[in-house]
Design a protein around this ligand. Sequence first.
Ligand SMILES: C[S@@+](CC[C@H](N)C(=O)[O-])C[C@H]1O[C@@H](n2cnc3c(N)ncnc32)[C@H](O)[C@@H]1O
Length: 209
Amino acid sequence: MDRIGQAAAFDAIGDRYDEAFPHKEGQIASGAWLAEQLPAGSHILDLGCGTGLPTARQLVEAGHQVTGIDLSPGMVKLAEANVPDAEFRRMDIYEVERYELGPFDGVAAYFSLLMLPRAEIPYALRMLHQQLREGAPMAMSMVEADVDDFTLPFLGNTIRVSGYLRDELRQVVHEGGFEIAGEDAYAYAPASTDVPPEIQLFLQCRRRP
Ligand SMILES: C[S@@+](CC[C@H](N)C(=O)[O-])C[C@H]1O[C@@H](n2cnc3c(N)ncnc32)[C@H](O)[C@@H]1O
């Protein structure tokens, strides 16, 4: 899949992303769950970390060691400025394995797997499974939508997104090697008019054997 358009869109969006999504109660509650699952000093991967807010900062403030990766150089730069105590790398989701950044004690994957075409999501979950020990926590979120590599106008740019209805999402995550320990759904109307209202699904997962 061509990644250039996705990275360029997020470079152009920059910190307007946080302005469009100012209410992050769901993500913060989910991040608190992840932080509490692990002893202080644990190494957590923030997959598709964006600006580093709120998640990388929240995990660092909880005492963890965070490595954030993102495809967009602009996002990595913002994250480095926002969370100087975490480490950030410009990297595709698939390069985590190749550059041997892990293993990790936990993973945060908020609204990042949805940036992949559906055909790639099971592979990405399997990669995350390999980066974690049995029982390790993974917190993730997706937007509930029955779409595959769907072109979406977003903050004056065009991005491509994929999603599932929740039963199918549960199945994909299970088959990717994770059990689902908890789940929350939030109806969310972003602050920007060109971003449609959405249902955000947060899953609290554990790596299966
Ligand atoms: C919707 S934003 C979510 C950002 C952040 N996780 C949050 O919840 O605030 C998706 C992020 O994933 C990044 N991204 C898109 N495709 C990616 C890929 N293939 N590998 C790594 N990051 C990617 C984008 O640059 C963007 O920063």
